[in-house]
Design a protein around this ligand. Structure first.
Ligand SMILES: NC(=O)c1ccc[n+]([C@@H]2O[C@H](COP(=O)([O-])OP(=O)(O)OC[C@H]3O[C@@H](n4cnc5c(N)ncnc54)[C@H](OP(=O)(O)O)[C@@H]3O)[C@@H](O)[C@H]2O)c1
Length: 291
């Protein structure tokens, strides 16, 4: 059975593709990307790499032909562009005869969730409900890797962790666990119609995540609420959140955490893959925090 992974040269999509090579024969994999040259290693292992750009819907019929299941990795240009890209991908999958479409959404889908990322996922999930294909929705939690690789190193350097998220809790999840779950959902039977919460194994506030990092590193981190944070500090921290996002975007996501929209923790990673999700302590340790 042919399995399609979109966005396969992205960080998540690449991890999914590599996980799938352990689960299915390489020749069953169709990897879509705007940058086929970047996937020469996976092509050499036997996967079929095809050029696909959701901004060019006319090219997608060829790119998706023959695929039976597909993972649509949500794209990165938040807003109308992303919604159009997702619509083009879903329409093309349907036209190409894809039977089951899995999609990487986010936790906390709710009409009053203030996070800037939510409206696109709400829109896309509505398209999926009406698309006529079998679907599997993966509500991905916040990547623990962003803390471990960007926020914590900066907080340790400056001594400050600035956040509007207050004591709102979330279950940060390792990107590898997201990828493992997505790979299994694609390769295994029994996931049609499912909606999963792909989270880490424990709820904690960012204040607790800061305290854990400080304890492991043996260095203090002051967790600053907005009243005590100067704008320069906030802007510096925002810059660590790589990507084309504005400060207002990031603040909207912190307010979503503060207001409880991300307080979701499940065992679905273990249910889907047979292996529990990594704790934040382990993700920190693997990123070298405290060593
Ligand atoms: N849960 C979280 O904490 C969190 C945080 C940030 C982002 N996200 C979401 O998770 C997704 C994957 O994260 P990541 O870290 O892997 O991001 P990334 O490395 O920046 O990858 C972005 C992805 O978007 C794809 N893409 C962009 N424009 C496209 C287009 N026109 N047509 C087709 N594909 C397009 C890319 O595919 P190619 O480059 O291979 O074409 C790539 O897979 C992001 O795109 C975003 O929606 C989640």
């Amino acid at each position: 059975m042919k399995l399609i992974v979109s966005g396969a040269s992205g960080d998540l999509g690449g991890r999914v593709a590599r996980q799938l090579l352990d689960l299915v024969p390489a020749e069953d994999l169709i990897l879509l990307t705007r940058n086929p040259d970047g996937l020469a290693d996976l092509a050499a292992r036997g996967a079929e790499v095809r050029a696909a750009d959701f901004d060019r819907p006319g090219t997608l019929a060829t790119a998706l032909s023959g695929g039976e299941r597909m993972l649509l990795v949500s794209t990165i240009a938040v807003g109308p562009t992303r919604r159009a890209q997702h619509r083009a991908a879903i329409d093309a999958a349907k036209a190409a005869g894809v039977r089951r479409l899995a999609y990487t959404s986010c936790v906390g889908i709710h009409p009053r969730n203030p996070s800037f990322i939510v409206p696109d996922h709400t829109y896309t999930e509505a398209l999926l409900r009406d698309c006529g294909m079998e679907t599997t929705i993966l509500h991905m939690g916040s990547y623990a890797d962003i803390l471990a690789r960007a926020i914590v190193p900066q907080a340790l350097a400056s001594g400050h962790w600035v956040s509007r998220s207050g004591d709102g809790r979330l279950a940060h999840v390792a990107k590898d666990d997201c990828a493992r779950a997505a790979a299994h959902v694609l390769a295994d039977d029994g996931h049609a119609g499912a909606v999963y919460e792909i989270t880490g194994p424990e709820l904690m506030s960012n204040r607790e995540a800061a305290a854990l990092a400080a304890e492991m590193a043996g260095r203090p981190i002051a967790y600053l609420e907005p009243s005590s944070a100067d704008e320069e500090e906030v802007a510096k921290q925002a810059a660590a959140w790589v990507g084309p996002f504005t400060l207002a975007d990031l603040l909207s996501s912190e307010l979503a955490v503060r207001d409880g929209f991300n307080a979701i923790c499940s065992d679905h990673v273990e249910m889907i893959t047979g292996t529990p999700a990594k704790a934040l302590r382990q993700v920190y340790a693997e990123a070298g925090i405290g060593s």
